[in-house]
Each structure stands twice: as structure tokens, then as C-alpha cells.
Design a protein around this ligand. Structure first.
Ligand SMILES: [Mg+2]
Length: 255
């Protein structure tokens, strides 16, 4: 596999693209806390201009909630997938709300009883997912894993997503790739060449979808391995790339 640093920079944005952008680590530099991120001056106006340039086919695909995205980019409200695709806002402004099964609430309460016994362990509730963290207390790993394993058969269409020191129960069919595929089925995204820009491991699902549909996958940074076809070094390079489009005359995809 080609090392990410050898991947070419993406071509100029063409006006027949459907462009999807991750937020943290892609448009915005990471901060010490998720609340601490800064939206660079002019970025909101730049995104609004890009949305017009693309006939509306610009979407955000993020791990954040839609409400947080709207706060960050106010007054702009782009079509978006929040919580890695669990929340979706379509181009017509209609929002698919997450619908947590009541059994997830039961699991949540049980998990809270476990973490009370293991200080440092944590239950993170994102409405339709529950993440069980033991990075702060490894003695909680087995009890939390057992709890998740026991709950899974009762949670219809849910799956376990394992991470480093964490296991998350989340609905199947709700990753960033599913979110992009769903938006690509409807106007104004349908029929356009899909391009996704992202930095994180969870963005690889999105890369897979856009590549399968003849599009471009743009990695931000040098995470490896990756399915990406193109690369930009850091959020400041993404912004420069977006800027170049704002100044450039309209053109169609050539490749
Ligand atoms: Mg990211």
C-alpha cells in the first residue's frame, strides 16, 4: 500500500461534485476538549459559498451531534450526519431523529451500577448508543464487556463496536459510509461525483463508499493504512484547498 504521505493532493473542486466534509481534524484543528475548538474566521462564509458553487451538494459528516454542528457553524445549517450517521439532516431540512430502544435505557442504568464500583470507568450516553469506557480503570473491563455481551442479543439491529479501552453498542447500518450513501440517494447529491474528506479511522467507511461510486477519498494527515486516493496534510491545507475553489472559475470533473 502506498504510504499516505505519497498520496497526491486532490484536484480543484469541480462543480459536479457532491462534497462531504468531516469536521474535527479536517475543517477544525483539534483542541484539548471538544468544546474548545475554534472555527477560523471566514470559514462559515466560505462553506456557504461552496454550497452555492455545488448546487447545494455540500454535507458535513461528523461524530458530533447535529445541534453542536449548528452551534459551531451558525447561521449555516448544512445537510449533515451527526453522531457518525445516527442523526441525519437531509437537504430539505428534514431530520431523522435517533430512536433509542427502551432496553438501551436499561443497559445504561445497569452500566452505571457497574461503574460506581470501579472509579475511573465511565458510561457515555449518546441517546441511541451507549459507550462503556474502562480506560480509567482496567478492572472494569470484564464486567463491562460481560454486560455488553449479555445485552446485545436483546437489542435488535445493534452491534458492538470495540475501541481502545471502550466498547460501544450502536445501531447497525449507521456509520459514516451509510450516512454518505443515504445522502447520495437524494437530491441535490444524487448523480454527482462523491468526494469525502476526513482524518479519522471511522472516516474509512466513508472512503469505501465514495471510491466504490467512482469518487475521491481525501485523507487529512498521515494515518495508515488508509483507502484514501488523495491527501491533505492538516486542516489549514483543507481550508487553503477550499479557498482555491472559491476563487477558481467553475469547471466539471476531468478524471
Ligand atoms: Mg475527524
Amino acid at each position: 500500500m502506498v504510504p499516505p504521505t505519497h498520496l497526491p493532493a486532490p484536484p480543484a473542486i469541480a462543480d459536479d461534485w457532491a462534497l462531504f466534509l468531516d469536521v474535527d481534524g479536517t475543517l477544525l484543528e483539534f483542541a484539548a476538549t471538544p468544546e474548545g475548538v475554534q472555527v477560523p474566521p471566514g470559514l462559515v462564509a466560505r462553506l456557504a459559498g461552496l454550497q452555492r458553487h455545488l448546487g447545494g451538494a455540500l454535507g458535513l459528516v461528523s461524530g458530533r451531534r447535529l445541534a453542536q454542528l449548528d452551534e459551531l457553524f451558525a447561521p449555516l445549517r448544512l445537510p449533515a450526519a451527526g453522531l457518525h450517521g445516527l442523526e441525519r439532516r437531509h437537504a430539505d431540512n428534514h431530520v431523522d431523529p435517533p430512536t433509542p430502544p427502551s432496553l438501551l435505557r436499561v443497559l445504561h442504568r445497569k452500566a452505571e451500577l457497574v461503574v460506581e464500583r470501579f472509579p475511573g470507568a465511565l458510561v457515555e450516553d449518546k441517546d441511541s448508543t451507549v459507550a462503556l469506557h474502562w480506560r480509567g480503570n482496567h478492572e472494569a473491563e470484564q464486567p463491562l464487556r460481560d454486560l455488553a455481551d449479555a445485552a446485545l442479543p436483546w437489542l435488535h439491529d445493534y452491534r458492538l463496536q470495540a475501541g481502545d479501552g471502550v466498547v460501544e453498542l450502536r445501531p447497525a447500518g449507521t456509520d459514516k459510509g451509510d450516512a454518505i450513501a443515504a445522502l447520495l440517494d437524494e437530491p441535490p447529491f444524487a448523480g454527482r461525483r462523491p468526494v469525502f474528506v476526513g482524518d479519522d479511522l471511522t472516516d474509512e467507511h466513508g472512503f469505501e463508499v465514495v471510491i466504490a461510486r467512482g469518487g475521491l477519498a481525501v485523507l487529512v494527515g498521515d494515518r495508515t493504512p488508509t483507502l484514501a486516493s488523495h491527501r491533505l496534510g492538516a486542516p489549514r491545507d483543507v481550508l487553503a484547498w477550499l479557498d482555491a475553489t472559491a476563487d477558481a472559475p467553475s469547471h466539471r470533473s476531468t478524471a
